[in-house]
Design a protein around this ligand. Structure first.
Ligand SMILES: Nc1nc2c(c(=O)[nH]1)N[C@@H](CN(C=O)c1ccc(C(=O)N[C@@H](CCC(=O)O)C(=O)O)cc1)CN2
Ligand code: MG
Length: 288
């Protein structure tokens, strides 16, 4: 058996084309969705991701502004900048690229962003709304995974979803979005004993542990859907996921590759949230 590929680039393009229509509609009301991107320090990968995000914005006609700072930026200076952006009507989304330098507390920074501009879906208000199943901004990677499965017409209700990893930006919100869609969710992490006992019971396995080629055919139930969120480097320095693709595809029914799987969906959902924010702002104005 060889798993069917879930092509993240193709699916991302499908959703980007849909967004194009909403953007045109917004522009007919003189609203151009606007995203402020904040980048602190010189993390090489962060620079790459920010470049990718801004390029994707520009292709769809979303306005983006880059605020780039030296590593030495103080937390107070960053808070001041975010407060200024909170007050700008043409900015619908504020994104602070993570990770931040050690001397800046990411929780303080995230809590400074207005919940109405929290297009990363990291603010406690957004998280609280997600947990209570209200419409809000959902974190981009988890939402991207759900949208991928919807595109592939993979049922979630009643399925056993096993999440590997409990980060605030991927593992925890991903489990919650699956639970909101009536999945039975198991979280596994670095302290889980007998991990394979759990992974082998997954109908849908989501790996976000950050360990190159950690999951192989022996960890996967025959025919399972395998979603690889990992962004790692192998021995030769090549980009690879948490899943040993060549091995896993012998057991899985459907599988996402790295690169070209979840990554492009993450960026698309950032665009989606920015457009959603602009639409909400317009609807608010029309109500007044
Ligand atoms: N503020 C945020 N910070 C971070 C987030 C986030 O969602 N918001 N997620 C990650 C990084 N990330 C986006 O920021 C991200 C990582 C990777 C990709 C991607 O498309 N990867 C490509 C391969 C890219 C390459 O060649 O290097 C792929 O998978 O095909 C998109 C977004 C941490 N920080
Ligand atoms: Mg820090």
């Amino acid at each position: 058996m060889s798993a069917e590929l879930i092509d993240g680039r193709l699916i991302a393009n499908y959703y980007r084309e849909q967004l194009q229509e909403t953007i045109s509609e917004l522009k007919s009301h003189d609203v151009t969705p606007g995203l402020a991107v904040i980048l602190v320090g010189d993390n090489h990968a962060s620079h790459t991701y920010v470049r990718m995000k801004r390029k994707a914005c520009s292709k769809l006609g979303i306005h983006s502004e880059l605020y780039q700072f030296e590593e030495s930026l103080t937390q107070e200076e960053l808070v001041d900048k975010i407060e200024e952006l909170n007050g700008m009507d043409h900015i619908h989304g504020i994104l602070v690229q993570l990770p931040l330098p050690q001397h800046i507390n990411p929780i303080t920074i995230i809590e400074t962003i207005s919940p109405s501009k929290d297009v990363d879906g990291f603010h406690p208000v957004s998280i609280g709304k997600m947990v209570t199943n209200q419409d809000t901004f959902y974190s981009c990677t988890p939402l991207g995974i759900i949208k991928m499965l919807e595109y592939e017409k993979i049922d979630i209700s009643g399925k056993h979803v096993v999440i590997l990893g409990r980060s605030n930006i991927v593992g925890k919100p991903a489990g919650q979005l699956f639970l909101n869609r009536d999945a039975t969710v198991t979280y596994c992490h670095s302290k889980t004993v007998n991990l394979t006992d759990y992974t082998k019971k997954a109908d849908i396995l989501v790996s976000a542990v950050g360990k190159a080629k950690f999951i192989g055919a022996g960890d996967i139930k025959k025919g399972a859907v395998v979603i690889d969120v990992g962004m790692n480097r192998d021995e030769e320095g090549r980009l690879c996921g948490d899943v040993d693709f060549e091995s896993a595809r012998e057991a899985a029914g459907k599988i996402t590759p790295v690169p070209g799987g979840v990554g492009p969906m993450t960026i698309t959902m950032l665009l989606y949230n920015t457009v959603k924010s602009a639409r909400w702002q317009l609807e608010d104005r029309q109500k007044r």
